[in-house]
Every structure is written in C-alpha cells, then in structure tokens.
Design a binder for this molecule. Structure first.
Ligand SMILES: [Zn+2]
Length: 57
C-alpha cells in the first residue's frame, strides 16, 4: 500500500488524490494532503510524514 507522504496514512493506489513530482507518483488520502505536498514538496520529501493532516491554506 502506498503511504501518504504528508500525513503518513496508508492509501489505495486507486485513489484519485495523486500527483506526479519529478517523475514519481505520490498518493494522498485527501485533496488537503495533495495540495499541501504540491505547495511544498521538498519539505515532505526531506522530513517525511508529519503524522497528521496539514493545516488548510
Ligand atoms: Zn493525508
């Protein structure tokens, strides 16, 4: 199972919440996590999941 790199939750590879960054596909539990990753991908790639849903905005 892929892991949501933002919140750390396991997600289905069939989810519609996904994005491609530098040729790799990342899956998310929700649009909130996806947008947080797209806003600051390097933060999550360096630090890994923060263990909770990110703040909106
Ligand atoms: Zn998430």
């Amino acid at each position: 199972m892929p892991v949501d790199i933002v919140c750390g939750m396991e997600v289905s590879a069939g989810t519609r919440f996904k994005t491609v960054y530098k040729g790799k596909v990342y899956y998310f539990c929700s649009d909130v996590c996806r947008r947080a990753f797209e806003k600051n991908p390097n933060y999550y790639l360096e630090h890994g999941p923060i263990g909770r849903m990110p703040e909106e905005g």
